[in-house]
Design a protein around this ligand. Sequence first.
Ligand code: BES
Ligand code: ZN
Ligand code: ZN
Length: 508
Amino acid sequence: MKILTVRKRLPESIPVFILFEGSNINRHLLFTSLTEADQQFIHAFLAKSPLKDGYTHLIFLPSKNEALLVGAPQQAVFTHRKAMLMARKIISIARKEKVRRITVALDDFRASGTHLTRDEVAEIMATQFEIANFEFTRYKTPPASGWMFVEEVALLEKKPSPRLLKAVQSGKIIGEEINNARALANTPGMDMTPEHLGDMALIAGKEYGFDVQVLDEKAMQKLGMSAVLGVGKGSMHKPRFIIIEYLKGKKAERPIALVGKGVTFDSGGLNLKPSAGLADMHMDMSGGAAVIRTIAAAARLKVRKNIVGIVPAVENMISGESYRPQDVLKTMSGKTIEIKDTDAEGRVILADALTYAKRYDPRVIVDVATLTGASAVALGERASAFFTNHAGLEKQFREIGEKTGDFVWPLPLWEEYEEEIKGTFGDVQNLGRNDRRGGAITGAVFLWQFVKDPIATRDKRKEKGNASVLPWVHLDVAPRTTSIEGEFLAKGAIAPGTALMVYFIRSF
Ligand code: BES
Ligand code: ZN
Ligand code: ZN
């Protein structure tokens, strides 16, 4: 979709009026672009049927043009959250009404009570338009008239600064990369194998100029990654370990490490999931997809930072070779994991991935994973759970979440919980001793053990007297694996974590 910034409405483009309760349409920036007759027509229309919040009308004007009137609440209660939804809603209506080109006024999306700048709003709304215009059609026969997508959104702005123009294009890129991550996650398990996910990372690296290395089983064995290998054993599609290096920062700058769960299908393994639980398990590589496309976005946005991406990719399947409950796997870190439940596989593969990430001596690690159903029990479907050992990062992620609509809510990361993941026959066990109580937390605390682990490079720094905690954020995005009613996003994956990480790497 084209997103442009215009000073005047383009003739073939349909004007969209967001009408706040009690506001005067005469003052709307787009209104003056209409002919007198059209203006009078709209006045008469609104006099007869005042537009309430939540209602919309596509009306035909005397000039043969059309106009889309969208009812909104009083401006005073129009929050940034509502503004983001409004941007998506407009695209969704346009698609339904088969409108291909629209003009909106940027002013309409400036919510009350936010500290966002004009440029920020422009960027965020460009992203919202883009993600609302996405649908995963790859496996469907197109209708005779073709798929209906909005082709052009023009943002009307009286005096667009060069920075605003740039922000709009950045927002578009971020939206496109969120959509690319959604496409990866939506791809069925029959096609989305660990090897395929690796190929997709390689292709992205070629296209945007960053290094991607995909390790096969042999290479993983050499590195001692028996946790990833163990989870992957039951599948005919063998595991891969994806390593992305985007090094566009200063040589001496320690990288940001992004780690994503790449389970291409999660059957639960021998602890097989019940039918309902299998539903979206082809999306269990959403975290990995988010990491790959975040780095693609970083490249397209020309972020001058060092970033590494680590994605362990496996299929969790059942066969005579599957790993079993009570197997004990030796991780790359040396710690052993007692398998209590083969369905808690994400934390097992992430153990090796976090250990590998630490080889880069990163200044921060962010991991993103559809880790636990328990996080959705805790939060519902409207926020990802997140955990961090760093107060500054907690604040930062909450703010980014509010800003981008990639919502998060914190849960405790306390040492007291470590009791619950102590193993009997292994160093740690992959299921809380308290069964499923606080399941999202025990998942996070399990991962923490591998973040905390001392590593060679850090030990060296410790010797120099610079020992410090490695800042870490764990995003459990399981609650937001798929879209929900009223979000104005297509059915299927929504790529949680992508916007969070893109904004994070730019600002950190
Ligand atoms: N991939 C699932 C978590 C999940 C559930 C993601 C629903 C998205 C939607 C994960 O591997 C899993 O099965 N977790 C178990 C952990 C339990 C066995 C400790 C769960 O949440 O039930
Ligand atoms: Zn599982
Ligand atoms: Zn899983």
